[in-house]
Design a binder for this molecule. Structure first.
Ligand SMILES: Nc1ncnc2c1ncn2[C@@H]1O[C@H](COP(=O)(O)OP(=O)(O)OP(=O)(O)O)[C@@H](O)[C@H]1O
Ligand SMILES: [Mg+2]
Length: 400
């Protein structure tokens, strides 16, 4: 497998080659569009990614991106730019560019971005090959439970906050809800719900012949009616939870829970794609900043290429009242779609996180809780969504 560097300036090309050296990919250095297209022609499917250096100006860089998109749409393109204008970003997105990095980024950031792009390109190839031209299957029918996955490709947008509170909102009608922490390396569902799991998703994934009943024993109950499948406590073992184990676990959970909410890491991993495959609804989350909206747009493009039906997707802007420059209409224009739900910013969110008590229970009549209940009501029209009277936190499941 190979990565093409497109950089006319020798020093820049050498720096990039050095930055990407740890990726276990052949590095092919080229100085412009013609050489890069030549490399694509000779190397064919060996090429996983192309990195366009800042030695090309914006117009040249976009031309390369567009040529690559036409000739080899599965090659992930990453641009390094001196300046990131909104116009540049919009054009880059149109040409399917996976990431735009500041030219001043350090080697680790460039390597990490290209590694993510390669991982995604790899998954896309496998999946497009598996279902050439065909529509993605609808979420499995005839099942009892509904699976809702919360995702954003940028970290810190509020996925864990939304997933935990959505689970609590769905459980408010008395239904039992499962909550799966797929942030396998850094999952913090257990922390924000103040749970002390003794078993995790890694233990469940390891069990042979797992069935729905056995799976229950891996869940940690929360007094709000939510059953959490916690992330592994040791990040190195996280990779042992395969995508197929995730599919099996979600299928089993949907057979015994009315709702299964899935929290995710900020990257499209194979495990996340497995969750998308099983999901009836995918809540894509962003905040009102350019990197977040850029990542949301890329995610939507990826989902389109993988033929996930748009009807499954809900676009949600968190902290939508923050005055940080971007406005909702601008965001909708960039995304080419309307935002389904906005959630306001509130001090009660970090306070509730620090207390380990979901904001839905902490401040059930606040604006944040109301927005989340609206989402829950839309996803589960039959469930009662009135704010529940405050429950005693000292229940059967309470730890002293
Ligand atoms: N609506 C909101 N108002 C105020 N603070 C918020 C809001 N939503 C999230 N936050 C805060 O933002 C921070 C990040 O939230 P959270 O951990 O849910 O994000 P995440 O997307 O899960 O992050 P990661 O990618 O690291 O898993 C938390 O401190 C949380 O309290
Ligand atoms: Mg999180």
């Amino acid at each position: 497998m190979a990565v093409i560097i497109i950089e006319p300036v020798e020093a820049g090309a050498a720096w990039l080659a050095h930055a990407l050296a740890g990726l276990d990919q052949r590095i092919l250095r080229t100085s412009g569009a013609d050489e890069a297209m030549g490399a694509i022609a000779t190397e064919g499917r060996e090429v996983m990614a192309a990195v366009v250096g800042s030695g090309l100006d914006d117009e040249q860089a976009l031309t390369v991106a567009s040529l690559l998109q036409q000739a080899a749409p599965e090659v992930a393109v990453v641009l390094l730019r001196e300046r990131e204008s909104g116009q540049m970003l919009r054009s880059a997105l149109r040409f399917g560019v996976r990431d735009v990095l500041a030219a001043s980024s350090d080697a680790d950031s460039v390597r990490a971005s290209v590694a993510r792009a390669i991982e995604l390109a790899d998954s896309l190839r496998g999946r497009l090959a598996a279902a050439p031209g065909g529509a993605r299957p609808g979420a499995p029918s005839g099942h009892a439970g509904e699976i809702i996955t919360v995702f954003s490709a940028k970290g810190g947008c509020g996925k864990t906050f939304l997933a935990t509170n959505l689970a609590v909102a769905l459980a408010a009608g008395g239904t039992e809800v499962a909550l799966v922490d797929l942030d396998l390396h850094f999952g913090d569902v257990a922390i924000v719900l103040q749970l002390f799991p003794t078993r995790t998703i890694q233990d469940a994934a390891r069990e042979r012949g797992l069935d729905a009943e056995a799976l229950r024993s891996y869940l940690t109950p929360h007094h709000a009616g939510v059953w959490a499948l916690a992330a592994p406590t040791e990040p190195p073992v996280a990779d042992t939870v395969t995508a197929s184990a995730v599919s099996t676990i979600l299928k089993l959970l949907r057979s015994s829970f009315a709702y299964v909410v899935v929290d995710t890491p900020a990257a499209v991993t194979d495990q996340v794609l497995a969750a998308f495959d099983e999901s009836d609804a995918i809540a894509l989350l962003a905040t009102l900043d350019v990197p977040s909206i850029k990542n949301l747009k890329l995610t939507m493009q990826t989902m389109e290429r993988l033929r996930y039906p748009p009807s499954r997707i809900r676009v949600i802007v968190n902290r939508a009242d923050s005055r940080v420059g971007l406005r909702l209409p601008d965001v909708e224009k960039v995304l080419g779609t309307s935002v389904d739900l906005t959630i306001p910013s509130s001090r009660s969110v970090p306070i509730s996180v620090n207390k380990g008590n979901p904001v839905l229970l902490e401040e059930p009549r606040g604006n944040v809780a109301e927005a989340i209940r609206r989402l829950a009501a839309e996803l589960a029209p039959s469930t009662a969504m009135e704010p529940a009277p405050p429950r005693s936190r000292r229940t059967l499941f309470q730890r002293s």
